[in-house]
Design a protein around this ligand. Structure first.
Ligand SMILES: Nc1ncnc2c1ncn2[C@@H]1O[C@H](COP(=O)(O)OP(=O)(O)OP(=O)(O)O)[C@@H](O)[C@H]1O
Ligand SMILES: O=P(O)(O)OC[C@H]1O[C@H](OP(=O)(O)OP(=O)(O)O)[C@H](O)[C@@H]1O
Ligand SMILES: O=C(O)c1cccnc1
Ligand SMILES: [Mg+2]
Length: 554
């Protein structure tokens, strides 16, 4: 623990956000660190569990995220002289020698076992087990909780939006403008991708994490144009470079007339908004290969859609396939269906193959409920752009992960509470996921560290940690140990490599797909079972009785 010279062989980048330093902490972690040190306790070996108590959003599952940032933080944990001076000032009366202690502090004597990031996880089961000298591990509580709480909450929110939208839809995260500050935006983009989104509009997140970037344009672009005179360069070169259209504007206008007078479309619209048409043409000239238009600035069916089709058909003549439209207001079920009908009519009537397959993107205050409502009504949306409700986790503000001491100096510790759900599960533990005959996870079980692991095919009693009458025998068909070593400090031995965001996302998608459907449904989902071994059950209750004072009735 004196210095971290051994650590220099393990080079791990620091956390994404440079504000994540040992001072991103609650003052009480430093006051406790000082008091541990003063009591000569700071090097006592402690074990803390990081876990949450209730699944968010009224659901029965959570996606674990943020581990990679925790390990990056840990690997680079060091207080600078300036930071130490500030801590000293903040702890009036503290002794100078404490500063020497802080100066030598790193995580070379800390061990972290964790469930792999991107896993589906459940209440009470430790997501991370952090072991090390109590002085330093205490200083990890707040930063770890900060790094895991929002990450897991927003990843779960993303997974829930994916679940309701269905696998085939494109999900785009559009939240940067509405997120809770810069870190809220970057973290939301990262963890929504992890939770199963396809892309983000957040350019910084694209660059930092390699998340695919996607986007359309806004109403400002459409309403900024007023007349065709604004298009100075009307030339469009064909996709194969062999032909040139000298006046693309006229070409589009010819197509607009053709659509207007085509037998099946003639009644739908008359004059479209010409400034909108100019905006679409300008966008098409800028991006002929990926033309996409926001069609709801003036009137979707009477203007936006016909204008878009005219530009798309004109592009088609020169070998370009338009991508589609975005709808950002109105009844998205109705408008997407009408837009689809219009595209299919154009395909049929004007004999343009695949025109009916135009991508319809919808946005505007979307969330799980509105997507569910759209599904029930029937719609033709292919992609959802979701901002506010997704990134702010509008329907639940925090996950409520906690970090609790479960053992010190090999002595198990328990935190009691009037509220049984808040009683902590003592001991340094192992946890396992047991799979049933159909391949689904059946139950997670925690055991004491030295208990023999559950065996495939061997009947095992799984007990509810606090409710005596709730217990079940399980014969696992597969046993997966959940906690894996991600950090050993300078101790010898193998540890897990930090996977890429893409690998974490794959894990998340696969695990969600392998959950029994009744745990996943939105309405009244079945709780997944979380249990302890018979031995751990007995021990918890022994310790509970031991620590709880006996009342006296007067
Ligand atoms: N078919 C639908 N079923 C349920 N909800 C819908 C449907 N279509 C749209 N919504 C949702 O209804 C809300 C409509 O928002 P709002 O009342 O602000 O109207 P708007 O269409 O945005 O109007 P404006 O033209 O003023 O922008 C949005 O949250 C949107 O996602
Ligand atoms: O609706 P969200 O889920 O938050 O998604 C992002 C929103 O941001 C954009 O416009 P903005 O909301 O800034 O302007 P608008 O409401 O006038 O469309 C976009 O048009 C979406 O509506
Ligand atoms: O690209 C878009 O369409 C977009 C991006 C952010 C917010 N709203 C829309
Ligand atoms: Mg909006």
């Amino acid at each position: 623990m004196e210095n971290g010279s051994e650590l220099t062989t393990q080079i791990i980048d620091g956390p994404t956000n440079p504000m994540v330093t040992p001072l991103l902490n609650d003052l009480y972690q430093f006051t406790m660190a000082y008091a541990y040190w003063k009591a000569g306790k700071h090097n006592e070996r402690s074990v803390f569990d990081l876990y949450f108590r209730k699944n968010p959003f009224g659901g029965e599952y959570t996606v674990f995220a943020g581990l990679d940032e925790c390990i990056k933080f840990l690997a680079n944990f060091k207080l600078s002289d300036e930071e130490i001076d500030y801590v000293r000032e903040s702890l009036p009366g503290s002794e100078e020698a404490f500063c020497d202690y802080l100066r030598g502090l790193d995580c070379s004597d800390v061990e972290v076992y964790a469930i792999p990031e991107g896993s589906v996880v459940f209440p009470k089961v430790p997501l991370m087990r952090v072991e090390g000298p109590v002085g330093v591990v205490q200083l990890l509580e707040t930063p770890f909780l900060n790094l895991v709480n929002f990450a897991s909450l927003v990843a779960t929110n993303a997974a829930r939006h994916r679940f309701v939208a269905g696998k085939s839809k494109n999900l785009l995260e559009f939240g940067a403008r509405r997120a809770q500050g810069p870190d809220g935006a970057i973290s939301a983009s990262k963890y929504c991708y992890l939770g199963g989104f396809d892309a983000t509009s957040n350019v910084a997140a694209g660059k930092l994490f390699g998340i695919p970037l996607r986007g359309t344009h806004s109403h400002a672009f459409v309403s900024s144009f007023m007349s065709t005179d604004e298009i100075v360069d009307k030339v469009l070169h064909s996709a194969d470079g062999k032909t040139t259209c000298e006046d693309f504007v006229s070409h589009v206008q010819t197509w607009l007339k053709k659509i207007q007078y085509s037998p099946s479309l003639s009644g739908i619209f008359s004059e479209t908004n010409q400034s909108e048409l100019v905006a679409f043409i300008s966008y098409a000239l800028a991006f002929p290969k990926t033309f996409l238009a926001l069609v709801d600035t003036y009137d979707v069916m009477k203007s936006g859609i016909p204008n878009f089709c005219a530009v798309a058909l004109a592009l088609n003549d020169f070998g370009y396939k338009a991508l589609g439209i975005r709808l950002d207001s109105g009844d998205l079920a109705y408008l997407s269906t009408e837009a689809r009908k219009f595209f299919c009519t154009v395909e049929r009537e004007l004999k343009v193959p695949d025109f009916g397959k135009m991508v319809v993107t919808a946005s505007n205050d979307l969330n799980e409920e509105t997507i569910d409502a759209l599904n029930k009504q029937g719609h033709e949306v292919d992609a959802f752009g979701i901002g506010t409700y997704l990134v702010t986790c509008y329907s639940q503000a925090a996950l409520g992960c906690v970090f609790k001491l479960v053992e010190i100096n090999n002595q198990p510790r328990i935190k009691l509470s009037e509220d049984v759900t808040k009683v902590s599960i003592p001991c340094k533990k192992r946890s396992y996921r047991l799979y049933g005959k159909e391949g689904y996870p059946l139950v997670d079980i925690m055991t004491g560290e030295n208990e023999p692991p559950p065996k495939v095919g061997e009947r095992l009693l799984c007990r509810h940690p606090f409710n005596e009458s709730k217990r079940a025998y399980v014969v696992p068909q597969r046993v997966e140990e959940l906690l894996k070593c991600y950090w050993r400090g300078s101790a010898d031995g193998a540890r897990e490599e930090l996977p890429s965001l893409e690998e974490i996302r794959d894990r998340c998608i696969k695990q969600l797909a392998n959950m029994r459907p009744d745990h996943m449904r939105r309405l009244n989902p079945t709780p997944y079972k979380v249990s302890v071994s018979a031995k751990l059950y007995d021990f918890i209750h022994f310790l509970w009785l031991n620590e709880a004072p006996v009342g006296e009735l007067q």
